[in-house]
Design a protein around this ligand. Structure first.
Ligand SMILES: [Zn+2]
Length: 654
C-alpha cells in the first residue's frame, strides 16, 4: 500500500493526537469469562449490547465464548506501523500512522454488481454513503465497519449499480414552455402530403373563425424542397389570423401575410445573417414567407409566458429524467425566453424542488448578442445561480441544419449548388469569445452540424490556444457533428475539444431532407461517433429534447441502445442501420460517455460522474446487468432505485 505525499503530511499532523489515544486502546478490550453474556458485559461497562454487537461485528450476539476479546469502545484510530522512509524530507520515521475514520454510514449498499467508472477501481461489491457523499467503495467485508446503529443496509442480491447518467445537451426550459403552449400540443400538422396539410389547416380555420394567432407545427421540409413553401398557399385559409408554422427540423418558420403585417416585416426588412438566418426570396426578390433559423427571433421577444405552466412542465420533464437515473443536465438554450425560464428555475432551486443539478447557459442566436455574452453569464450567475442551478456556459447556434440547407458545409449542398450554408460568428469572433470566457471559466457549447462549422470552431480554438500560450481553462464542446471531415477528427484530442452527440438520432428517422441536401456519400458518414472516439476525442451524450411530446425520447437507455445499434429501437434487429456500421459504439463507451465524460463536459467531474470516495452519491440500481444484457432490450430498462446526493428518490410518485 502506497501513501501519497499529501496524505503523509496530514498523517504527521495528527501523529501526536494518535499517541495519546494509543495508550488507551488496550484498556478498551474485555476478555469474556465463562457465564458472561453480551448484555452483562454491556451493563458493567455502561453501554448497550447492541452497540457492542456492532463494534465487534457479531452476527449472533448470543454466541460469545470464554477468552473472546470484546472491544468496548469503537476505536477511531488504527495504527499502521513500519512504513518505510519519507524520501522527500529525508527524515527517517519508523512508524507512520494512518488515521482511518471509521465513520458510520447512513446507507450501506452490499452484494452489488457495482460498475464504478473509476479506472483505478472498476468494480466493487459494496459502498457506504454519508452526508450525501460516498465514503467507501470496496467489498462486503470491509464495508461492515461503516455500519452503525442507524445505518440503513441495502442488500442488492447481485443487482447492478452504475453511476448516475447525465444529459449534457437538452432543453428543459423549452420542454416546460411547450407544455404551457396548449395550441402546439393540440394540433399536429400531417406530413403525408401538401393537400392533407392544407385540409387540416382549413379544419382549424373553420373550427376557430376568430382565432387571432396560430403557432403550430410541424410541416415536412421534404415536401417543399429547396424552393420551400409560400405564404400565398395559406393566405386564403387564414386571411386575418397571424400564422406561424414550425417545420419538421424546428429550424424554419412559414408565415402568412397577416403575420408579416403584424410583425412589421416588409421587403426592406434586413436578414439576420447571410446563409443562416434570413427571409427566403423567390425569383422576383419577393419574400415568400419562409423564414430560416432565427430571422424571426427579434420579433418574438414579447411572446407571453405562463410561468406557472412553465414551472410545472419543466419539473415534470426533470422528474422524468431523474427517475431514469439522470442526475445532471445542461440546458442548451431557451432563445428569447431565457430570463423567464431561469427566473422559474431559480425559484424551484430555492424551494429545494430541483431533482437534478442544473447547468444553465446563455443562448446566442443573433449576431448582436456577442458583445455582452460573457457579461450576461456573470449577471445570471449572480441573479439566478444557486445550490443546484449554475451558469458556466455560453451556448451558440453556430450554424444551422442540413434539412433546410443552413448548416455550414465545406462543399455545396447537393440539392442547391452555390450554397454552403452559414455561421453566426467568424473564426476570429469565436476565438475572442473563448479567450474572454477563459478569464471567468465560462465554457462554450456550439451547435455545429456541418463540417465547415466544425473546422472553423477547431481553428478558433487552435488560435485561441496559441494566443493564450497553452490549453484554456474553459471548455469548448461541439454538439451534433452530423458531418465531420476525416482530417479534423484527430484535432479534437489535440485541442481538447469535446464531441457531443445525441444518439437518440442515430436511427436516422428524425432527419427529413438531410440526406437530399448532403448527398449519399456525406450522409453515409452521418454522426461519426465511434470514429471520433477512436481518434481520441472525449465523446459525450445527450438527448436534445425540445418539447413535451418529445419527452419519452429523452430516455437515456434509449440513447445508450441507439448508440450501440444505430437503429430505431421499436423496429427490432433487422431494421435500417443509420450511417456506418463501424460507427456503432460499445456498451462500455456509451456508459462512459453518459457518466464520467458528461461530468467532464459539465465541469463537475470532481463532484460526480463516477462511484468514488468523496464524490456525491449519485447512483442507479438496475434490474439487469446493462453490460451483459441483450442490447436490443436496453431501451426498456427502468431503474429499481435512484440515489441523488445520497437520497433515494421515490420512483413511484410524481
Ligand atoms: Zn439543442
Amino acid at each position: 500500500m502506497k501513501l501519497k505525499i499529501s496524505r503523509i503530511i496530514a498523517i504527521v499532523m495528527v501523529f501526536a493526537m494518535l499517541l495519546a489515544s494509543f495508550s488507551f486502546a488496550s484498556t478498551n478490550v474485555y476478555t469474556v469469562k465463562s457465564g458472561d453474556s453480551l448484555w452483562k458485559i454491556a451493563t458493567k461497562n455502561n453501554t448497550t449490547w447492541q452497540k457492542l454487537a456492532k463494534i465487534n461485528n457479531l452476527e449472533n450476539p448470543r454466541l460469545i465464548f470464554p477468552n473472546q476479546k470484546i472491544k468496548l469502545k469503537d476505536e477511531n484510530i488504527e495504527i499502521i506501523s513500519k512504513v518505510k522512509v519519507n524520501k522527500v524530507n529525508n527524515v527517517k520515521k519508523d512508524t507512520i500512522v494512518k488515521k482511518v475514520e471509521k465513520e458510520k454510514a447512513e446507507i450501506v449498499i452490499k452484494n452489488g454488481n457495482i460498475y464504478t467508472e473509476n479506472s483505478k477501481q472498476e468494480k466493487a461489491q459494496a459502498l457506504a454513503i454519508k452526508d450525501g457523499k460516498i465514503i467507501f467503495v470496496g467489498n462486503n467485508n470491509d464495508v461492515q465497519k461503516y455500519i452503525g446503529e442507524n445505518t440503513i443496509i441495502k442488500d442488492l442480491k447481485g443487482k447492478t449499480v452504475i453511476p448516475s447518467l447525465m444529459d449534457s445537451h437538452t432543453h428543459p426550459g423549452m420542454v416546460g414552455s411547450s407544455a404551457g403552449n396548449k395550441e402546439l400540443a393540440k394540433y399536429q400538422l400531417p406530413r403525408t402530403s401538401k393537400e392533407d396539410m392544407y385540409n387540416y389547416l382549413r379544419k382549424i380555420a373553420k373550427e376557430n373563425p376568430d382565432l387571432p394567432f396560430l403557432f403550430v407545427g410541424q410541416w415536412s421540409n421534404k415536401l417543399y424542397g429547396v424552393e420551400g413553401p409560400d405564404r400565398k398557399y395559406i393566405d386564403d385559409i387564414f386571411p386575418n389570423t397571424v400564422v406561424i408554422l414550425l417545420d419538421s427540423s424546428g429550424h424554419s418558420y412559414w408565415l402568412n401575410t397577416a403575420a408579416f403585417k403584424a410583425f412589421g416585416i416588409d421587403e426592406k426588412t434586413p436578414d439576420l445573417k447571410e446563409g443562416l438566418s434570413f427571409f427566403v426570396k423567390d425569383k422576383n426578390g419577393r419574400k415568400t414567407g419562409w423564414v430560416k433559423e432565427f430571422a424571426l427571433m427579434p420579433y418574438m421577444v414579447g411572446m407571453p409566458m405562463d410561468k406557472e405552466a412553465v414551472a410545472k412542465g419543466t419539473l415534470e420533464y426533470l422528474n422524468f429524467l431523474a427517475k431514469k437515473g439522470v442526475s445532471s443536465v445542461l440546458d442548451c438554450g431557451n432563445f428569447t425566453s431565457e430570463k423567464a425560464v431561469y427566473e422559474v428555475l431559480s425559484k424551484l432551486d430555492k424551494e429545494g424542488k430541483l431533482p437534478v443539478r442544473y447547468e444553465a447557459t446563455h443562448h446566442l442566436f443573433m449576431p448582436n448578442q456577442l458583445e455582452n455574452a460573457v457579461e450576461t453569464v456573470l449577471e445570471y450567475r449572480k441573479k439566478y445561480g444557486g445550490n443546484l442551478l449554475k451558469f458556466n456556459t455560453i451556448k451558440i447556434h453556430f450554424d444551422g441544419v442540413t434539412e433546410v440547407n443552413t448548416a455550414a458545409v465545406l462543399e455545396d449542398f447537393d440539392n442547391e449548388p452555390g450554397n454552403k450554408g452559414g455561421m453566426l460568428f467568424s473564426k476570429e469572433e469565436l476565438k475572442n469569445l473563448l479567450l474572454e470566457g477563459a478569464q471567468h471559466n465560462i465554457g462554450v457549447h456550439l451547435h455545429s452540424v456541418g463540417d465547415r462549422a466544425v473546422r472553423t470552431a477547431l481553428d478558433a480554438m487552435e488560435e485561441a490556444q496559441k494566443e493564450y500560450g497553452g490549453a484554456l481553462p474553459n471548455k469548448l464542446t461541439l454538439s451534433h457533428l452530423e458531418v465531420v471531415n476525416p482530417e479534423d477528427m484527430k484535432r479534437f484530442k489535440e485541442l481538447g475539444v469535446i464531441a457531443n452527440f445525441t444518439p437518440h438520432w442515430f436511427g436516422g428517422t428524425v432527419f427529413q431532407g438531410g440526406d437530399v441536401a448532403l448527398g449519399e456519400e456525406r450522409y453515409s458518414h452521418h454522426q461519426p461517433a465511434q470514429s471520433l472516439w477512436d481518434a481520441g476525442a472525449l465523446v459525450t451524450f445527450s438527448s436534445d429534447t425540445v418539447s413535451m411530446p418529445g419527452m419519452p425520447r429523452s430516455n437515456p437507455y434509449m440513447g445508450i441502445q441507439m448508440g450501440i445499434t444505430r437503429q430505431e429501437p421499436v423496429d427490432g434487429k433487422d431494421t435500417y442501420i443509420h450511417g456506418q456500421i463501424s460507427d456503432r459504439m460499445t456498451i462500455e463507451e456509451m456508459i462512459k460517455g453518459y457518466t464520467i465524460n458528461n461530468a467532464i463536459q459539465l465541469g463537475i467531474e470532481k463532484e460526480t460522474g463516477s462511484i468514488e470516495v468523496g464524490k456525491s452519491a449519485d447512483l442507479v440500481v438496475l434490474p439487469k446487468d446493462i453490460f451483459k444484457m441483450d442490447v436490443y432490450d436496453i431501451y426498456k430498462l427502468e431503474p429499481e432505485q435512484v440515489y441523488f446526493m445520497g437520497k433515494s428518490l421515490d420512483l413511484k410518485n410524481k
